[in-house]
Write a protein that binds this ligand. Sequence first.
Ligand SMILES: [Zn+2]
Length: 200
Amino acid sequence: MANALERFLPEGCAPTIASYILEHNVKFRISKSRQTKLGDYRKDPKENFHRISVNGDLNPYSFLVTTLHEFAHLTSFEKFGPRIKPHGKEWKQEFRVFLLEFINRNVFPKDLESALMNYTMNPKATSCSDPRLMLELRKFSKEETAPLLEELNNGELFQFQNRIFEKIQKRRTRVKCRDIERNRYYLINAVAEVKRIQNG
Ligand SMILES: [Zn+2]
């Protein structure tokens, strides 16, 4: 199993992930790219195993962080029961323990390491997609990736979910945008991947 995982993970990490998969009885699936999520954790009460899937198109650091993110769901639900918040303090505590295992082995570049620590120490960061963390993780992607909404200039046009918007202005973690056709305003996540449309 470690061999199959090797090409998705930073060097030397595959055996540890393979041992987590065995230890926790996980059906681990490498999934096709999904726009809405990087990974997924599920446990059907009728099944005696857990399911984790991670997108196969992630760069190795994103793949590792996403995998640990999903394992933290598994162990936090196991330890604290199903009623805890998905990204609450119990989850964060578990996520931190998993991350430290790899931080102690110097797996992550320093910038990414501090973004990760920040994320797990900040009690307000409760979503899957912390903007700063997302930006740090994107740096390691090999291919030319789609720009993030926050990388566009105000006034630029872009396509998102088959609609055309004009970027108006960033507000904290979201960006006010105008749907050109409907002439209505929406708030879109600043780290959404969008497609640039050249003006004129
Ligand atoms: Zn999650």
